[in-house]
Design a binder for this molecule. Sequence first.
Ligand code: E4P
Length: 218
Amino acid sequence: MKFFIDTANLADIREARDLGILDGVTTNPSLMAKEGISGEANILKHYEAICQIVDGDVSAEVIATDYEGIITEGKRLAALAPNIVVKVPMIKDGIKAIRYFSDHDIRTNCTLVFSAGQAILAAKAGATYLSPFIGRIDDVNWDGMDLILQIAEIYAIQGYDTEILAASIRNSKHIVDAARSGADVVTCPLSAILGLIKHPLTDIGLAQFLNDHKKANA
Ligand code: E4P
């Protein structure tokens, strides 16, 4: 399973990259706004800065919601760097645009996915990645991880190439569950990645090893 970091924060991206486990980055307009990035020129510059930090895929989301607008914006984003993936919302014009991009060798990430039906349509249109939003489904008391299982089963039966990118990950358990459920990629905040490292028995065991070594070498 590939690990993406879900942020527009350059320090967090560098920290995850330096762990040696980072395969890519996803962003969205809310994450860009959280970093105070506004105005088209600044947004494009920020994507370039992210692409200079990581070699892996960087999802850059379009703001347009009409077909022509999505195509124009997507082409502009894709021209920034070879590792840009154009993130397109799961709407009617978005599906048409994903088909266009797929036919013109521009890779896409279909975002805001909440059902297996949407997942089938995005795969048919030729999406490179599909982003089901696990946490937001859990937030409304449905089962986000069950959706990953359903999509993984359908994609395997149908032989679709689209990669399942488990998104809206809120904690480390979501990462483990996504891996068990057949996600190809997980995108998560730095805290959820770092949370995988922690276990109290590791801390207790390490303290004991260091203490025994200190006593034996006093
Ligand atoms: C995915 O690409 C989205 O940017 C993201 O995972 C949404 O997460 P949220 O539900 O925590 O906002």
